[in-house]
Design a protein around this ligand. Structure first.
Ligand code: FE2
Ligand code: FE2
Length: 166
């Protein structure tokens, strides 16, 4: 890809990805407020942004075979857990942003878990061993095979966990 176009495509991927997440939250809020039609419109826009971000991701050659994708995921998660979030925790600490500091601490832990899970999946690729994943609705912690009584990362109760299904 030519230089300017590549820069624009990266920018578009970031923007569309953010818009997608935002519209999902807007849709949920509209539903809470019983504004069903607006909720549907946000969902339609979210679907569109998902399609757009998929195009930009593909243009950047962001999706390869699963083994390479797992490797990319390990690298991304390890960077977040080891570099990006620790620095953010320090900044939040320095500025007295206690909530952010605490939550980013959870995020950092969960990204480390993701890195390990992806690494294991890479090593076991093709084995297809059956494991159930339960995700904490507060912090994103992944618990294997059953939901814990209390989230070991953030302390949320068992009822806040969701079983992953495809
Ligand atoms: Fe992650
Ligand atoms: Fe949690």
């Amino acid at each position: 890809m030519q230089e300017k176009t590549e820069r624009n495509v990266k920018f578009a991927l970031a923007g569309e990805s953010q818009a997608r997440r935002k519209y999902k939250a807007f849709q949920e809020k509209a539903q809470e407020e019983d504004l069903t039609q607006v909720a549907k419109l946000f969902k339609a826009a979210e679907m569109g942004e998902t399609i757009h971000s998929g195009y930009f991701l593909n243009k950047l050659d962001g999706v390869k075979g699963t083994k390479e994708n797992l490797q990319a995921a390990v690298e991304g998660e390890s960077y977040e857990a080891g570099n990006a979030y620790p620095a953010m925790i320090d900044d939040a600490d320095e500025e007295g942003e206690a909530d952010v500091k605490q939550y980013v601490g959870y995020v950092k832990t969960v990204e480390g878990e993701h890195a390990n899970l992806f690494k294991e999946a890479m090593e076991d690729l093709g084995k297809n061993e059956e494991t159930e994943y339960y995700v904490c609705g507060n912090c994103g912690h992944v618990h294997l095979n059953e939901a814990p009584e209390v989230c070991p990362v953030c302390g949320a109760p068992k009822s806040g966990f969701e079983l992953v299904s495809l």
